[in-house]
Design a protein around this ligand. Sequence first.
Ligand code: 13P
Ligand code: SF4
Length: 345
Amino acid sequence: MNYSAKQTENHIDNSIPEYTDEVARETEALYQKVSKVITRAEWPQFAPYIYEINRLKKLKDAVILAHNYMTPEIFNCVADFAGDSLQLAQEAAKTDATVIVQAGVHFMAETSKILSPDKTVLIPDMEAGCSLAASITGADVRLLREQYPNVPIVTYVNTSADVKAESDICCTSSNALAIIESFDSDEILMIPDQFLARNIAKQTTKTIHTYAGSCEVHEQFTPDSIKAFRKAWPDAVVIAHPECTPEVVDVCDFSGSTKAMSDYVHNNQPSRVVMITECSMSDNVSVQNPDVEFVRPCNMCPHMKRITLPKILDTLRNMTHEVVVDEDIAERAKMAVERMLAVTS
Ligand code: 13P
Ligand code: SF4
Protein backbone atom coordinates (compact mmCIF):
# COMPACT_ATOMS: atom_id res chain seq x y z
CA MET A 1 0.00 0.00 0.00
CA ASN A 2 1.41 3.37 -0.99
CA TYR A 3 0.68 5.46 2.07
CA SER A 4 1.78 9.07 2.09
CA ALA A 5 3.74 9.28 5.29
CA LYS A 6 6.62 10.84 7.09
CA GLN A 7 8.71 8.38 9.06
CA THR A 8 11.41 9.35 11.51
CA GLU A 9 14.13 6.78 12.08
CA ASN A 10 16.10 8.52 14.84
CA HIS A 11 14.74 6.52 17.77
CA ILE A 12 15.27 8.13 21.14
CA ASP A 13 14.68 5.29 23.60
CA ASN A 14 14.10 1.68 22.68
CA SER A 15 14.57 0.18 26.11
CA ILE A 16 12.05 -2.39 27.30
CA PRO A 17 10.18 -1.00 30.31
CA GLU A 18 10.38 -3.08 33.50
CA TYR A 19 7.75 -4.44 35.85
CA THR A 20 8.77 -2.66 39.06
CA ASP A 21 6.90 -2.43 42.38
CA GLU A 22 5.79 1.07 41.42
CA VAL A 23 4.43 -0.17 38.05
CA ALA A 24 2.59 -3.03 39.80
CA ARG A 25 1.07 -0.65 42.36
CA GLU A 26 0.12 2.09 39.89
CA THR A 27 -1.49 -0.29 37.38
CA GLU A 28 -3.40 -2.51 39.84
CA ALA A 29 -6.73 -0.70 39.33
CA LEU A 30 -6.40 -1.21 35.57
CA TYR A 31 -5.64 -4.88 36.09
CA GLN A 32 -8.84 -5.28 38.11
CA LYS A 33 -10.75 -3.85 35.11
CA VAL A 34 -9.40 -6.49 32.70
CA SER A 35 -8.89 -9.43 35.08
CA LYS A 36 -11.67 -11.38 33.32
CA VAL A 37 -9.75 -11.50 30.05
CA ILE A 38 -6.07 -11.12 31.08
CA THR A 39 -4.52 -13.53 33.58
CA ARG A 40 -2.37 -12.44 36.54
CA ALA A 41 0.56 -14.28 34.90
CA GLU A 42 0.21 -12.26 31.69
CA TRP A 43 -0.10 -8.87 33.39
CA PRO A 44 3.66 -8.20 34.02
CA GLN A 45 4.14 -8.28 30.21
CA PHE A 46 1.57 -5.54 29.68
CA ALA A 47 1.74 -3.37 32.80
CA PRO A 48 5.16 -1.66 32.18
CA TYR A 49 4.04 -0.59 28.70
CA ILE A 50 0.69 0.65 29.99
CA TYR A 51 2.38 2.63 32.75
CA GLU A 52 4.90 4.23 30.38
CA ILE A 53 2.34 4.95 27.62
CA ASN A 54 0.00 6.68 30.07
CA ARG A 55 2.91 8.75 31.45
CA LEU A 56 4.11 9.81 27.99
CA LYS A 57 0.60 10.65 26.79
CA LYS A 58 0.33 13.38 29.43
CA LEU A 59 3.85 14.66 28.73
CA LYS A 60 3.23 14.97 24.98
CA ASP A 61 -0.40 16.18 25.14
CA ALA A 62 -1.47 13.11 23.17
CA VAL A 63 -4.79 11.32 23.03
CA ILE A 64 -5.21 7.65 22.02
CA LEU A 65 -8.29 6.97 19.89
CA ALA A 66 -8.89 3.21 19.81
CA HIS A 67 -11.21 1.14 17.66
CA ASN A 68 -13.45 -1.48 19.26
CA TYR A 69 -11.27 -4.22 17.67
CA MET A 70 -8.19 -3.31 19.71
CA THR A 71 -7.00 -5.97 22.15
CA PRO A 72 -8.32 -5.54 25.73
CA GLU A 73 -5.08 -4.15 27.20
CA ILE A 74 -5.17 -1.33 24.62
CA PHE A 75 -8.95 -0.81 24.64
CA ASN A 76 -9.25 -0.74 28.45
CA CYS A 77 -5.88 0.44 29.74
CA VAL A 78 -4.40 3.11 27.43
CA ALA A 79 -7.26 4.37 25.21
CA ASP A 80 -8.63 7.81 26.02
CA PHE A 81 -11.56 7.13 23.79
CA ALA A 82 -12.75 3.84 22.24
CA GLY A 83 -15.55 3.33 19.76
CA ASP A 84 -16.70 2.51 16.25
CA SER A 85 -15.53 4.31 13.09
CA LEU A 86 -18.15 7.04 13.37
CA GLN A 87 -17.42 7.76 17.03
CA LEU A 88 -13.67 7.89 16.33
CA ALA A 89 -14.23 10.41 13.52
CA GLN A 90 -16.47 12.52 15.76
CA GLU A 91 -13.90 12.40 18.54
CA ALA A 92 -11.03 13.32 16.20
CA ALA A 93 -13.02 16.37 15.07
CA LYS A 94 -13.42 17.70 18.60
CA THR A 95 -10.32 16.69 20.57
CA ASP A 96 -8.18 19.49 22.08
CA ALA A 97 -5.03 17.34 22.24
CA THR A 98 -2.01 18.33 20.13
CA VAL A 99 -1.28 14.74 19.10
CA ILE A 100 -3.69 11.96 18.07
CA VAL A 101 -2.39 8.39 18.26
CA GLN A 102 -4.74 6.22 16.22
CA ALA A 103 -5.00 2.73 17.66
CA GLY A 104 -6.73 1.36 14.60
CA VAL A 105 -6.11 0.99 10.89
CA HIS A 106 -4.71 3.50 8.40
CA PHE A 107 -8.00 4.81 6.98
CA MET A 108 -9.06 5.75 10.53
CA ALA A 109 -5.85 7.74 11.08
CA GLU A 110 -6.31 9.42 7.71
CA THR A 111 -9.88 10.38 8.63
CA SER A 112 -8.56 11.92 11.86
CA LYS A 113 -5.96 13.90 9.90
CA ILE A 114 -8.58 15.08 7.38
CA LEU A 115 -10.78 16.36 10.21
CA SER A 116 -7.91 17.76 12.29
CA PRO A 117 -5.32 18.97 9.75
CA ASP A 118 -3.47 21.08 12.34
CA LYS A 119 -2.88 18.17 14.68
CA THR A 120 -0.11 15.60 14.54
CA VAL A 121 -1.73 12.25 13.74
CA LEU A 122 0.39 9.17 14.42
CA ILE A 123 -0.24 5.50 13.70
CA PRO A 124 1.79 2.80 15.50
CA ASP A 125 2.10 0.70 12.34
CA MET A 126 1.89 2.25 8.89
CA GLU A 127 1.07 -1.16 7.37
CA ALA A 128 -2.20 -1.52 9.32
CA GLY A 129 -4.44 -1.51 6.26
CA CYS A 130 -7.88 -2.85 5.39
CA SER A 131 -9.04 -5.11 2.54
CA LEU A 132 -11.89 -2.71 1.77
CA ALA A 133 -9.61 0.33 1.56
CA ALA A 134 -7.25 -1.66 -0.68
CA SER A 135 -10.06 -2.65 -3.06
CA ILE A 136 -10.59 0.75 -4.72
CA THR A 137 -8.69 3.87 -5.83
CA GLY A 138 -9.68 7.43 -6.68
CA ALA A 139 -9.23 6.60 -10.38
CA ASP A 140 -11.76 3.74 -10.01
CA VAL A 141 -14.29 6.18 -8.55
CA ARG A 142 -13.80 8.60 -11.48
CA LEU A 143 -14.57 5.72 -13.87
CA LEU A 144 -17.64 4.77 -11.83
CA ARG A 145 -18.89 8.36 -12.10
CA GLU A 146 -18.78 8.08 -15.89
CA GLN A 147 -20.57 4.73 -15.70
CA TYR A 148 -23.29 6.06 -13.34
CA PRO A 149 -23.83 9.73 -14.33
CA ASN A 150 -26.00 11.71 -11.88
CA VAL A 151 -26.06 8.87 -9.34
CA PRO A 152 -24.83 9.98 -5.88
CA ILE A 153 -21.75 8.11 -4.68
CA VAL A 154 -21.85 7.09 -1.03
CA THR A 155 -18.46 5.86 0.16
CA TYR A 156 -17.78 3.75 3.23
CA VAL A 157 -15.19 5.39 5.53
CA ASN A 158 -13.07 2.23 5.13
CA THR A 159 -11.34 3.87 2.13
CA SER A 160 -8.32 6.06 1.39
CA ALA A 161 -8.54 9.87 1.39
CA ASP A 162 -8.14 9.74 -2.40
CA VAL A 163 -11.37 7.71 -2.73
CA LYS A 164 -13.25 9.90 -0.23
CA ALA A 165 -12.15 12.98 -2.22
CA GLU A 166 -13.97 11.65 -5.33
CA SER A 167 -17.18 10.88 -3.42
CA ASP A 168 -20.34 12.84 -2.66
CA ILE A 169 -20.54 11.73 0.94
CA CYS A 170 -19.11 9.13 3.33
CA CYS A 171 -20.95 6.69 5.57
CA THR A 172 -20.10 4.21 8.30
CA SER A 173 -21.92 0.99 9.16
CA SER A 174 -23.84 2.86 11.88
CA ASN A 175 -25.26 5.63 9.67
CA ALA A 176 -25.34 4.07 6.17
CA LEU A 177 -29.15 3.86 5.96
CA ALA A 178 -29.64 7.47 7.15
CA ILE A 179 -27.05 8.67 4.63
CA ILE A 180 -28.74 6.79 1.76
CA GLU A 181 -32.15 8.17 2.76
CA SER A 182 -30.79 11.73 2.91
CA PHE A 183 -30.67 11.79 -0.92
CA ASP A 184 -33.72 12.52 -3.15
CA SER A 185 -32.30 10.28 -5.86
CA ASP A 186 -33.94 6.85 -6.31
CA GLU A 187 -30.57 5.35 -7.23
CA ILE A 188 -27.39 5.32 -5.13
CA LEU A 189 -23.94 3.90 -5.83
CA MET A 190 -22.58 2.53 -2.58
CA ILE A 191 -18.86 1.68 -2.55
CA PRO A 192 -16.76 -0.35 -1.94
CA ASP A 193 -18.35 -2.95 0.41
CA GLN A 194 -20.74 -5.09 -1.64
CA PHE A 195 -22.11 -6.81 1.47
CA LEU A 196 -22.80 -3.66 3.48
CA ALA A 197 -24.46 -2.24 0.34
CA ARG A 198 -26.63 -5.35 -0.08
CA ASN A 199 -27.57 -5.35 3.60
CA ILE A 200 -28.62 -1.69 3.34
CA ALA A 201 -30.49 -2.36 0.08
CA LYS A 202 -32.83 -4.68 2.01
CA GLN A 203 -33.90 -1.73 4.19
CA THR A 204 -34.67 0.88 1.52
CA THR A 205 -36.85 1.27 -1.57
CA LYS A 206 -33.95 2.90 -3.46
CA THR A 207 -31.94 1.02 -6.05
CA ILE A 208 -28.46 0.44 -4.62
CA HIS A 209 -25.62 -0.20 -7.05
CA THR A 210 -22.66 -1.98 -5.50
CA TYR A 211 -18.92 -2.46 -6.01
CA ALA A 212 -16.89 -5.68 -5.62
CA GLY A 213 -15.04 -4.89 -2.36
CA SER A 214 -15.39 -6.94 0.82
CA CYS A 215 -13.99 -7.30 4.31
CA GLU A 216 -11.61 -10.26 4.44
CA VAL A 217 -12.60 -10.89 8.07
CA HIS A 218 -16.40 -10.79 7.89
CA GLU A 219 -16.79 -12.48 4.50
CA GLN A 220 -15.45 -15.69 6.07
CA PHE A 221 -18.58 -16.31 8.13
CA THR A 222 -21.15 -18.51 6.38
CA PRO A 223 -24.86 -19.23 7.03
CA ASP A 224 -23.89 -22.84 7.75
CA SER A 225 -21.44 -21.76 10.45
CA ILE A 226 -24.19 -19.65 12.09
CA LYS A 227 -26.57 -22.61 11.98
CA ALA A 228 -23.88 -24.75 13.65
CA PHE A 229 -23.50 -22.17 16.49
CA ARG A 230 -27.29 -22.14 16.92
CA LYS A 231 -27.37 -25.93 17.10
CA ALA A 232 -24.57 -26.01 19.69
CA TRP A 233 -26.00 -23.14 21.79
CA PRO A 234 -29.78 -22.99 21.08
CA ASP A 235 -30.38 -20.32 23.75
CA ALA A 236 -27.69 -17.94 22.44
CA VAL A 237 -28.49 -14.63 20.75
CA VAL A 238 -26.46 -14.28 17.54
CA ILE A 239 -25.47 -10.77 16.41
CA ALA A 240 -23.45 -9.82 13.34
CA HIS A 241 -21.63 -6.90 11.75
CA PRO A 242 -23.21 -5.74 8.43
CA GLU A 243 -19.91 -6.39 6.59
CA CYS A 244 -21.02 -10.05 6.77
CA THR A 245 -22.92 -11.36 3.74
CA PRO A 246 -26.70 -10.73 3.67
CA GLU A 247 -27.14 -14.51 3.83
CA VAL A 248 -25.31 -14.52 7.20
CA VAL A 249 -27.13 -11.42 8.49
CA ASP A 250 -30.47 -13.04 7.53
CA VAL A 251 -29.91 -15.94 9.95
CA CYS A 252 -28.75 -13.71 12.84
CA ASP A 253 -30.94 -11.97 15.44
CA PHE A 254 -29.46 -8.50 15.04
CA SER A 255 -26.96 -6.66 12.87
CA GLY A 256 -25.21 -3.35 13.46
CA SER A 257 -21.95 -1.46 13.72
CA THR A 258 -19.46 -2.42 16.42
CA LYS A 259 -21.03 0.23 18.68
CA ALA A 260 -24.55 -1.02 17.89
CA MET A 261 -23.48 -4.60 18.71
CA SER A 262 -21.95 -3.47 21.98
CA ASP A 263 -25.09 -1.43 22.84
CA TYR A 264 -27.29 -4.42 21.98
CA VAL A 265 -25.52 -6.59 24.55
CA HIS A 266 -25.51 -3.81 27.15
CA ASN A 267 -29.22 -3.02 26.72
CA ASN A 268 -30.57 -6.57 26.35
CA GLN A 269 -28.22 -8.48 28.70
CA PRO A 270 -28.77 -11.84 26.93
CA SER A 271 -27.67 -14.79 29.08
CA ARG A 272 -25.48 -15.99 26.17
CA VAL A 273 -24.34 -14.20 23.01
CA VAL A 274 -22.39 -15.04 19.86
CA MET A 275 -20.74 -12.03 18.20
CA ILE A 276 -20.16 -12.60 14.49
CA THR A 277 -17.26 -10.21 14.05
CA GLU A 278 -13.60 -9.62 14.93
CA CYS A 279 -12.21 -11.52 17.94
CA SER A 280 -11.39 -8.66 20.31
CA MET A 281 -15.00 -7.44 20.34
CA SER A 282 -16.11 -10.27 22.62
CA ASP A 283 -13.22 -9.64 25.02
CA ASN A 284 -13.99 -5.92 25.23
CA VAL A 285 -17.76 -6.23 25.46
CA SER A 286 -17.45 -9.02 28.06
CA VAL A 287 -15.39 -6.74 30.34
CA GLN A 288 -18.33 -4.30 30.32
CA ASN A 289 -21.02 -7.00 30.69
CA PRO A 290 -19.84 -9.48 33.36
CA ASP A 291 -23.20 -11.29 33.57
CA VAL A 292 -23.32 -12.20 29.86
CA GLU A 293 -21.67 -15.41 28.67
CA PHE A 294 -19.81 -15.07 25.36
CA VAL A 295 -19.44 -17.87 22.83
CA ARG A 296 -16.36 -16.81 20.88
CA PRO A 297 -16.30 -17.99 17.27
CA CYS A 298 -14.57 -15.08 15.58
CA ASN A 299 -12.16 -14.10 12.86
CA MET A 300 -9.05 -12.04 13.55
CA CYS A 301 -8.35 -8.85 11.58
CA PRO A 302 -4.61 -9.09 10.81
CA HIS A 303 -4.45 -5.34 10.18
CA MET A 304 -5.99 -4.29 13.50
CA LYS A 305 -3.71 -6.79 15.26
CA ARG A 306 -0.61 -4.95 14.00
CA ILE A 307 -1.32 -2.38 16.71
CA THR A 308 0.34 -3.49 19.95
CA LEU A 309 1.43 -1.86 23.23
CA PRO A 310 5.17 -1.89 22.29
CA LYS A 311 4.37 -0.15 18.99
CA ILE A 312 2.18 2.45 20.73
CA LEU A 313 5.01 3.14 23.17
CA ASP A 314 7.49 3.46 20.31
CA THR A 315 5.09 5.88 18.58
CA LEU A 316 4.90 8.13 21.62
CA ARG A 317 8.62 8.00 22.34
CA ASN A 318 9.72 8.77 18.80
CA MET A 319 6.64 10.56 17.43
CA THR A 320 6.33 8.07 14.57
CA HIS A 321 4.67 7.35 12.19
CA GLU A 322 3.06 10.57 11.10
CA VAL A 323 0.09 10.37 8.74
CA VAL A 324 0.03 13.15 6.17
CA VAL A 325 -2.56 13.74 3.45
CA ASP A 326 -2.06 15.83 0.31
CA GLU A 327 -3.74 19.22 0.95
CA ASP A 328 -6.01 19.22 -2.11
CA ILE A 329 -7.14 15.62 -1.52
CA ALA A 330 -7.65 16.33 2.20
CA GLU A 331 -9.80 19.39 1.43
CA ARG A 332 -12.13 17.43 -0.89
CA ALA A 333 -12.21 14.35 1.34
CA LYS A 334 -13.10 16.56 4.30
CA MET A 335 -16.23 17.75 2.49
CA ALA A 336 -17.42 14.14 2.07
CA VAL A 337 -16.71 13.30 5.73
CA GLU A 338 -18.25 16.53 7.06
CA ARG A 339 -21.42 16.00 5.00
CA MET A 340 -21.70 12.60 6.70
CA LEU A 341 -21.18 14.12 10.15
CA ALA A 342 -23.81 16.78 9.41
CA VAL A 343 -26.43 14.13 8.43
CA THR A 344 -25.52 12.04 11.49
CA SER A 345 -25.81 14.92 13.95
P1 13P B 1 -17.44 -0.07 12.70
O1 13P B 1 -17.64 1.28 12.09
O2 13P B 1 -18.72 -0.80 12.90
O3 13P B 1 -16.63 0.05 13.94
O4 13P B 1 -16.65 -0.97 11.66
C1 13P B 1 -15.35 -0.73 11.27
C2 13P B 1 -14.70 -1.92 10.73
O5 13P B 1 -13.63 -1.86 10.18
C3 13P B 1 -15.40 -3.18 10.87
O6 13P B 1 -14.70 -4.18 10.25
FE1 SF4 C 1 -10.98 -3.74 7.22
FE2 SF4 C 1 -12.36 -5.93 7.78
FE3 SF4 C 1 -10.20 -5.36 9.22
FE4 SF4 C 1 -12.46 -3.88 9.48
S1 SF4 C 1 -12.17 -6.02 10.00
S2 SF4 C 1 -10.36 -3.11 9.27
S3 SF4 C 1 -13.21 -3.90 7.37
S4 SF4 C 1 -10.24 -5.86 7.01
